[in-house]
Design a protein around this ligand. Sequence first.
Ligand SMILES: [Cu+2]
Length: 464
Amino acid sequence: MSRRLARLVACSAAVALVTSACVAQKPPAWTFAPAGAAGAAPAASAAPAAPAAVTGPALGELKIESVDLGFTPKDLEVAKAGIYTVTLNNTGALQHDITFADGTKGVAAAGKAISVKVNIPAGGLTFLCSIPGHADAGMKGAITVKGSTATSAGADDHGGPAPVTATQPDPKAPAYTPFDAKAPALLPGTTHDIDLVIQEKQMTVAPGFAVAVWTFGGTVPGPVIRVKVGDTIRIHLKNPATNQLAHSVDFHASQVAWNDEMTSIDPGKEKLYEWKADYAGVWMYHCGTAPALHHIANGMYGMVIVEPKEGLKPVDNEYALVQSEWYLGPQGQPVSLSAASAAAPAPDYVVFNGVANQYKDNPLQTKTGGSVRIFILNAGPNTDSSFHIVGTIFNTVMKEGVQLLKGNAGNYGSQAVDLSPAQGAYVELNMPEDGLYPIVTHAFNFVGRGALGLLKAGDGDPLK
Ligand SMILES: [Cu+2]
């Protein structure tokens, strides 16, 4: 998380719960990292009492930067065991410490650097920040001695998620392909013949994590289809012979018999699924082939926008975001059905448009003072969404046919839209000033697992 972002969100109500430092010069940071995952380092309180001060000459100096909330680097290697000076430069906005597993500790106020001497044994030494919550948020690391096998129990450098499965990141996984979040234009005409080709392929869903996904049209989510009430949609569903599995499609915007249009087709087959857009809304489509949970969790879903007959009023920017979960299996394999079907789901990633944090890396541009409409769908398969954009208020919400309209009597607004799996909505908002406006699910345990993006208004800088 950038410091600018930390500053931006510092005085939101959510952050005020963390600390009352909004009046201070240096605002608090916002935790985008998950709560402790399986295999997390032990709590700081388990560290032994501080040992006698380490004396003797140091073999070298190790420089570590603490940010809110992480260490950079978090994994260090030294050539041989012995005494080292560790300098902690705290560039974060909060106080941090570095507490080693042997009890050695140094505390650095915000903006300050401190040095401690520590004896690194041959087996290496782990460290963390002992301030409550900071280690769980990712402030963990390790110093290893060349040739030893000690490893860090920490999360990754940029506050990303710590997978709850045994899946390890693969440095050779290809870079992810960003999904264009711009909402497509309304399809022209009133009858639409659409080829929907199912593709089974590899996809990087977060840096270092590849999944053998099953897709509509080669992307997760599948293509956004935008029509209006009264239109006829003729979906030509194609399952190429090169695929391994039977698949199907279920359009929630349609009223058809399940055992007619929604039946599965084997590889090498195709079928026509014809439906009429009777109702406006933001709808889900998905594969329904058994086990449907596996086919949805493995990428087979997408959004249909049905506009009312008279259309939607023009806005300056329109985006479409599909929230969904990844339950990782082994690298390069389909997702874990057993993890996806757990009664208490614990997704490794919760994402917008298929890839963890992709719009944090590539913010969605908007016009300052302009109007923005965002179509949102929670594809699940299991977890609720509380869609929220920090620093904005939704002046219009249309959720599952229930509407909040701008300029209503009393001038009510909306802060978050609750979407259970398969529910959709659109929201409209205005960007009051140049700056960055984080997009999250306010079910905050998932923000650090990839459900974080940014709306960027103007040049993104409120101060110039
Ligand atoms: Cu399928």
